[in-house]
Write a protein that binds this ligand. Structure first.
Ligand code: SAH
Length: 260
C-alpha cells in the first residue's frame, strides 16, 4: 500500500456482522461469483479440526482484496471449494511501521511474530547482529505463525517478512525511514517524546538478548536517520522491548488514535 498512510482513518468495528465466522487466508485473488479451491492443509483444518460441513459459511481474505463472505460448496477429505458471495470489507490503509529485530530463542521469536502481527506491524525485517545467538530463522514457519495471527486478529493484510540481513548491510540500504533504535545503553530520548517526532514510515530496531556491540552502536549513532530511544531504567528482554515500542508507536503515530 506504499508509504502513504493517513493517521486516524476510519476503521471497521471488529464486532460487526459476520465476525464470528471463521476467517481463512487464501493467497490467490478473490472475485465475486468465483469459487476457490483450498490447499491440503486448509482442507484438513476445515474438515478435521473444525469439523465444518458443506453449506457452512466462512470468511476469506488474501491481504489485497479485503474480506469476503464465502460458502463451502464442496468439502471432503481431499477437496474443499468455497464460493465467494460478497465482499464484507474493502482493503484499507495500514500504519507503515516495520519491526527490525535480531531473532532470539525460537519460542520468543514466535511470540514476537504473533504479538507484533496483532499489534498491526506492516513488515518484519530480521537483523543479524554480532551477538545474535539464533541466526537460523525458519522463514516458512515464521510465515505460518504470522498468517495464523493475522487470521485471528481481524486484520485484512499480512505483514511482509524479509530474509535476515546483517545489521551493517541492512543499515546501508535504509533511507527515508526513521529508524527508532531502542538503545539499552541509556542516553536515548524517552520513547514517547522521540516517537511524537517520527511519523510513518518508521522502523523500530531492537537488539538481541546480548545487546549491541560498541561498533554496532557507533554505526547506528552515526547514521542520519537513526533516532535513539530509551524504554526506561530497566533492561527489557528483546520480545518485551519490541512489543512495548510497537505499542507506543501505534498509540502516538499509528491507528490507536491518541492525539497528543
Ligand atoms: N544484554 C543487554 C540487554 C539486551 S536487551 C544488556 O544487558 O545490556 C535486548 C534489546 O532490547 C536491546 O538491544 C534493546 O534494543 C532493547 N532494550 C531492552 N531494554 C531497553 C531499554 N531500557 N531501553 C531501550 N532499549 C531496550
Amino acid at each position: 500500500m506504499g508509504d502513504a498512510y493517513r493517521p486516524f482513518i476510519r476503521y471497521d468495528n471488529p464486532m460487526r456482522e459476520n465476525y464470528t465466522l471463521k476467517r481463512l487466508f487464501f493467497k490467490e485473488s478473490l472475485t465475486a461469483g468465483e469459487s476457490v479451491s483450498l490447499p491440503k492443509d486448509q482442507i484438513h483444518y476445515l474438515a478435521t479440526v473444525l469439523r465444518m460441513c458443506e453449506g457452512d459459511e466462512v470468511r476469506v481474505f488474501n491481504g489485497r482484496n479485503g474480506e469476503w463472505l464465502g460458502k463451502l460448496t464442496k468439502l471432503s477429505k481431499r477437496q474443499a471449494e468455497i464460493a465467494l458471495r460478497k465482499q464484507l470489507r474493502k482493503p484499507m490503509a495500514m500504519p507503515n511501521v516495520t519491526l527490525a529485530f535480531a531473532p532470539v530463542k525460537r519460542h520468543r521469536t514466535a511470540f514476537i511474530f504473533e504479538k507484533a502481527t496483532e499489534l498491526g506491524v506492516a513488515r518484519f525485517e530480521p537483523i543479524l547482529t554480532a551477538r545474535t545467538q539464533f541466526p537460523k530463522l525458519n522463514l516458512d514457519k515464521a510465515r505460518a505463525q504470522i498468517i495464523e495471527a493475522a487470521e485471528q486478529t481481524e486484520r485484512l493484510d499480512i505483514p511482509d517478512l524479509f530474509k535476515p540481513e546483517k545489521l551493517l548491510d541492512w543499515l546501508g540500504t535504509q533511507s527515508g525511514r526513521h529508524i527508532i533504535f531502542a538503545d539499552e545503553a541509556g542516553e536515548g530520548t524517552p520513547a514517547i517524546e522521540a516517537l511524537s517526532k517520527a511519523p510513518a514510515p518508521a522502523t523500530l530496531l531492537i537488539g538481541p538478548e546480548g545487546g549491541f556491540t560498541e561498533e554496532e552502536r557507533d554505526a547506528l549513532r552515526g547514521h542520519k536517520d537513526v533516532i535513539r530511544v530509551s524504554l526506561g531504567p530497566r533492561i527489557l528482554r528483546a520480545d518485551t522491548a519490541a512489543l512495548s515500542l510497537l505499542s507506543l508507536w501505534q498509540a502516538v503515530q499509528g491507528d490507536w488514535g491518541v492525539h497528543l
